[in-house]
Design a binder for this molecule. Structure first.
Ligand code: ATP
Ligand code: MG
Length: 675
């Protein structure tokens, strides 16, 4: 089928070189919108055309969405064979391999995956079990502990060093912190739990730890390709070295100017050191931007030219014409929202579909006002990043029940479920878990718990629920299980919340989604690995059919492009986030993040910043003291500066009306007999 693709007509010479490159290590370093992802898609098509069997190609991407999209494009180029190409994130691939080869490496079957929040909870339990919860002196919180732990296992920097650099107030506690980590690790093992970091760690351990197993796993693929390589960490680089040790057929593409995941241990050095790690690497650079118009590139090039460290070059485009990006001052959030919505409707009327437009922001909560307005005006939208569907308490509750059914040793889920019972606090939950541990996690042990009076009814319901789900659970479909447990849980939900309807609707949705999975295990793993940001993400109906506007965090917008992009809250302290103010490195990462956000635009770009206060500041043209520091003078000069709405003329500024002059003071004058 690939004979039909005219590679030379659809790619520029550098892209063509990358796509048709033979064997061996290949690195494509290039700026935003230069067609890196496109070159990778064509490379996969080319490999298939060369006769490489699809299941021997591994395409690693940053999100499931990205991999589906890329493979969709390969399918249009190269036909159906591409469906068997293995695509997905590093974590999803690790998971697949661990299910297949984990048992051979000592990992108990049927492990469950802890997502970030669960891992933090388990860390909290370890902390409490060692008595650090109640100490008078300060001890790091569970989130902080998990952060240090994760950084340590991902980067191999010692715990002492991480504390010294990031949390000097806790340096003295290094020994205790490590005791918590030891307990956390033991708990994971005893409970048969695997966290995100373990997925990568175990993958690398299978590759490096056992020559036979390592050889078997690395022999699965003949070609490995990685998009967004700038956001991988040292562990991922090790995985790739081991996976490709035999054939060295590895292609990675990335842009150092878009590296935005240092907080997760990603390191641009990874990409820059690639040629050293893979001797005889061929390097291809791309400089022609195909995405944005020249006025947009002028602005984005200027923003990134201020970066302290940078390796890729300025970009050029042939898309001349188009307006300079707008820099819009709004008096307040409400005006910012109105302007964005008005402009979206205007572009929509001129023929731009909603799905070709996106509103981007630094953090998920920043779109609240906009979401309300869009709902009021009945403009359909989909939100990426930010608060996830799965983070909603009621969804997590239901999943906790399912996870117990899957893995009765899942302590985190037990704890969550027990605390749902009215009047049950930490202490009662603990004693219930002790009962379970004594009976080797047999849910029937719960019957021996003496519940507080208020919990009697719910406790009985819980006991009979697990009794009823216990037998024949193997061939009961997940939706039926959800329905069964909801007979108990919905009552709790009604007790807890005033507005229960939307929550019940979420759970209905969850049942529908669950029906699409072959097993409970598959359903739970999928949810933990790729937390969907909205139910429609899982329902599979997302985006392409419906005409919906996209709202996204800058992080989740990576790799994407839209005709029109609006960046809201470009205010210092918001974007850059105030949390980044403490270090130069974090500030540099924020700058790259702004660069990522701005480079998503094809034709229209608008950057908005609300001035929170009315009055004098507004009067003096635009006050710019709140504007994001990344939009400095040089950047502003390349933008169209405007006010969202013209300032109302000051009252009374017009001419004095003619007529008899009034004397207002005369109204009161002399009333009290004063002189
Ligand atoms: P990012 O750094 O944001 O991930 P990228 O380098 O991966 O960007 P792509 O998304 O692959 O860039 O390409 C950007 C846009 O330019 C896409 O719409 C793509 O189809 C288009 N494009 C890339 N190369 C060409 C080409 N040779 N001819 C026509 N269009 C191209
Ligand atoms: Mg890309």
């Amino acid at each position: 089928m690939t004979e039909a693709i005219d590679f030379a007509a659809e790619l520029n010479p550098q892209q063509l070189a990358a796509a048709t490159f033979g064997d061996g290590p290949l690195l494509v370093v290039a700026g935003a919108g230069t067609g890196k992802t496109r070159a990778l898609v064509y490379r996969v098509a080319h490999l298939l055309g060369r006769g490489v069997p699809p299941h021997r190609i591994l395409l690693l991407t940053f999100t499931r969405r990205a991999s589906q999209e890329m493979l969709g494009r390969v399918a249009r180029l190269a036909g159906g064979a591409s469906a068997r190409v293995h695509g997905g994130t590093f974590h999803a691939t690790a998971h697949r391999l661990l299910r297949a080869y984990g048992p051979a490496a000592g990992l108990a079957k049927d492990f469950t995956i802890l997502d970030q929040g669960d891992a933090e909870d388990l860390m909290g339990m370890s902390r409490a079990a060692l008595g650090f919860g109640q100490r008078k002196s300060r001890f790091p919180k569970k989130e902080t502990l998990h952060h240090v732990y994760s950084r340590h296992v991902n980067t191999e920097i010692s715990v002492e060093e991480i504390l010294r650099d990031d949390l000097p107030q806790f340096v003295e506690l290094a020994a205790d912190v490590k005791r918590v980590f030891a307990s956390y690790t033991k708990r994971k093992e005893e409970r048969n739990l695997v966290d995100y970091d373990d997925l990568l760690l175990f993958w690398v351990a299978m590759l490096e730890g056992s020559p036979e197993l390592g050889a078997r796993i690395s022999a699965l693929y003949d070609h490995v390709l990685v998009d967004e390589y700038q956001d991988t960490n040292a562990l991922q680089a090790r995985i790739l070295r081991a996976m490709c040790g035999g054939h060295r057929n590895i292609t990675v593409v990335g842009d150092d100017a878009q590296s935005i995941y240092a907080f997760r241990g990603a390191n641009v050095r990874n990409m820059l050191d690639f040629p050293a790690q893979f001797p005889n690497t061929t390097v291809v650079a791309l400089e022609h931007n195909y995405r944005s118009t020249q006025p947009i590139l002028d602005v984005t090039n200027t923003v990134i030219s201020r970066a302290h460290q940078r390796f890729t070059k300025n970009l050029f485009t042939r898309r001349t014409g188009g307006e300079p990006p707008a820099l819009v001052a709004a008096r307040d959030e409400h005006e910012q929202t109105s302007w964005v919505v008005d402009r979206i409707l205007e572009l929509h009327e001129q023929g731009t579909p909603l799905r070709e437009m996106a509103v981007l922001f630094r953090a998920g909560y920043m779109s609240a006002d906009l979401e309300i307005e869009l709902t009021n005006r009945k403009i359909p939208f989909e939100k990426w990043g930010g608060l996830k569907f799965l983070e909603a308490a009621h969804v997590k509750d239901v999943l906790a029940f399912l996870r117990i059914l899957e893995n009765p040793r899942d302590e985190v889920s037990w704890f969550r479920v027990l605390l749902l019972l009215p009047g049950v606090g930490d202490a009662t939950a603990r004693s219930a878990i002790d009962l379970l541990v004594d009976r080797e996690w047999d849910p029937r042990a719960l019957a021996d718990l003496i519940p507080p009076p208020r919990a009697r009814e719910a406790h009985a319901a819980l006991v009979s629920l697990f009794e009823s789900l216990r037998d024949a659970s193997a061939d009961r479909a997940v939706p039926a299980e959800i329905a069964a447990l909801r007979r108990m849980y919905d009552a709790i939900l009604r007790e807890r919340y005033d507005r229960v309807e939307p929550r019940l609707a979420d759970l209905d949705q969850l049942e529908i989604i669950a029906a699409k999975f072959p097993s409970r295990a598959a359903f739970l793993s999928e949810l933990a690995l790729e937390p969907p940001s909205a139910t429609q993400d899982l329902a599979g109906a997302s985006g392409t059919e419906d005409d919906t506007l996209i709202l996204s965090t800058a992080h989740s917008a990576k790799g994407r492009e839209w005709d029109a992009v609006f960046i809201i809250w470009a205010v210092d302290g918001w974007f850059p986030s105030s949390r980044a103010l403490r270090s130069d490195e974090e500030m540099e990462e924020e700058r790259r993040l702004m660069y990522v956000a701005m480079t998503r635009a094809r034709h229209h770009l608008a950057v908005l910043y609300p001035l929170n206060s009315y009055g004098s500041r507004w009067g003096s043209e635009y006050t710019i003291d709140q504007l994001s520091r990344f939009i400095d003078v040089g950047v502003r000069d390349r933008m169209r500066r405007m006010a969202a709405y013209p300032a109302p003329a000051p009252i009374g500024a017009e001419e004095q009306p003619p007529g008899t002059p009034l004397d207002l003071r005369a109204l009161l004058r002399g009333r009290f007999g004063a002189p």
